[in-house]
Design a protein around this ligand. Structure first.
Ligand code: ADP
Ligand code: GLC
Length: 476
């Protein structure tokens, strides 16, 4: 089967969050048995230099090249450059629209830039004559509508990674979608008076997936449908939740070159101790105690991640012996608060502001617990990375977190600690339980349980195969 994915992110070239990791790990597994292609924007700030093959492909279909509008001329001057990575063919969309960008999101004119990228992805799918076209999140959703309206529609799948981001813009900004080469009727994408790209994807794709069964259920009603639950309900028969897998090679404490000392389920205690000692030295806090729970937190500092709940619990449970290492960047207010805590309580709290892939691995290896206080979480990857590193996750009972972490009363089934979202009391009590678990023999059992878990794509990839087959059947 020939599969073309269209995405704004792909690790290690463009990573802003979990989408990059999810897609890189899924396609690596798919490439073992299928022909897998990924279309990506070619931004100036790529995280790695691609291995170019020298082959190039147009970004405009010949039939659409006849008029000479601004949009058509931009696409004429754009192209895809082919590269290879772990058996996957990557197609970088080279265009003035993206070339000057250091990061893929957060710039003006996103509605235009991503619609143009979406058209180019659609064109590429037709040129490569793929069997399945798989688009991810709102950035590539317009491609699904083009596919649906095409004379030769390719079976299509839309994966929702996060409904909080929908790409909705005032209609006056998206008038170009009615012109060549789009020729779209945009009134069905109207949501709250705006042209909503996420809605376009939901209405147009043959099959829809999201990244965990738990989140699928949550999105079928409000508030987690972010206003689009009615749309998802309409398509519920075509909508599945498939839990993300992870790259268990990249996130393997036994092979990880980014951490201070590799370790396995046999020597995790020594491994963690060494990693903790070295991390404390590296962050300039060598005298932090080693015999109390170290709690790691990593993530985008946004509303979704629920950090204020943690901050409240932290201030309410000052008697706890825990130490905290936080890595993240995002909302300035949150950054300021974490910075303040780091300066005020240097013997308890450390904050690194920014994005740092190496430090993320080091924190996973050094921490005893990993805290994810999300208000909602489509899947979440760090709880699964934590399992691999013998780091016990403490998570809120939402979305993919509740699907992957279980606080069973039976120690041999326990894979973490779970609390209620947006509830500092519940989170605080979870931190208390973490303290008890840290000093108990039960911890050995829990660490063994979690390091034995297999979150790789090996089996879960088959669920996507099934969705692809069903999408193909619809077109026969
Ligand atoms: P989301 O996609 O909502 O941000 P996920 O848990 O799916 O959440 O994935 C986030 C990914 O990004 C994880 O691999 C996490 O380690 C990584 N990450 C987030 N913030 C940072 C950061 N500041 N430095 C390094 N890695 C980060
Ligand atoms: C999104 C979600 C996150 C998920 C990731 C990969 O960014 O916020 O929960 O793990 O996509 O699917």
């Amino acid at each position: 089967m020939k599969i073309l994915h269209a995405s704004a992110e792909y690790f290690p070239y463009i990573k802003m969050g979990g989408l990059a990791d999810m897609l890189a790990s899924l396609t690596k597994e798919q490439a073992k048995t299928e022909e897998v292609y990924v279309a990506l924007p070619y931004i100036g700030g790529l995280g790695k230099s691609p291995q170019w093959t020298g082959r190039e492909y147009p970004a405009l279909l010949p039939n659409d090249a006849k008029t000479d509008s601004l949009v058509v001329s931009i696409l004429k001057n754009s192209k895809f450059l082919e590269a290879e990575e772990s058996g996957v063919k990557l197609y970088f969309f080279q265009s003035d629209l993206f070339q000057s960008l250091n990061s893929v999101y957060g710039h003006a004119e996103e509605h235009f830039r991503f619609a143009m990228f979406s058209y180019a992805c659609y064109a590429l799918s037709q040129i490569l004559k793929v069997d399945v076209f798989h688009a991810h999140d709102w950035h590539t959703a317009i491609a699904l509508t083009l596919q649906k309206d095409s004379a030769n529609p390719i079976p299509s799948v839309f994966t929702i990674h996060n409904l909080a981001y929908q790409g909705d813009h005032p209609f006056w900004m998206t008038g170009f979608l009615k012109e060549e080469p789009f020729r779209l009727i945009t009134s069905p994408f109207d949501h709250d008076g705006k042209c909503n790209y996420m809605k376009a994807g939901i209405l147009s794709a043959d099959k829809i997936t999201t990244v965990s069964p738990g989140y699928r259920e949550e999105t079928l009603s409000e508030p987690n449908g972010f206003g689009l639950s009615y749309c998802l309900q309409q398509r519920s028969g075509d909508y599945r939740g498939i839990l993300n897998g992870i790259d268990s090679e990249e996130w393997n404490p036994n092979k990880d070159k980014r951490i201070y000392k590799t370790y396995s389920a046999k020597d995790w205690k020594e491994g963690k101790l060494k990693n903790k000692t070295e991390l404390f030295k590296e962050i300039g806090r060598p005298s932090l105690p080693l015999d109390v729970p170290l709690v790691g937190l990593i993530g985008r500092l946004t509303h979704q991640k629920g950090f204020p709940t943690f901050l409240q619990a932290f201030s309410e449970r000052r008697h706890l012996p825990h130490r905290y290492v936080v890595l993240g960047s995002g909302e300035p207010e949150m950054e300021k608060t974490f910075y303040y805590l780091s300066e005020t309580f240097p013997d308890v709290f450390y904050f690194y502001k920014g994005y740092n892939e190496n430090l993320a691995h080091k924190i996973e290896a050094a921490s005893d617990f990993f805290l994810m206080p999300s208000l909602f979480e489509p899947c979440g990857l760090n709880q699964m990375y934590s399992h691999n590193y013998g780091t016990i996750p403490i998570v809120s009972r939402v979305g993919g977190l509740k699907d992957t972490v279980e606080e069973s009363n039976i120690p041999s089934y326990k894979t973490g600690i779970v609390f209620e979202p947006n509830d500092a009391g519940s989170l605080g009590y979870a931190l208390e339980r973490a303290k008890d678990l840290f000093g108990s023999q039960e911890r050995d059992i829990v660490v063994k349980n979690i390091m034995d878990l297999d979150w790789s794509w090996k089996k879960r990839k088959l669920e996507y195969d099934l969705v692809y087959t069903k999408a193909i059947e619809l077109k026969i």
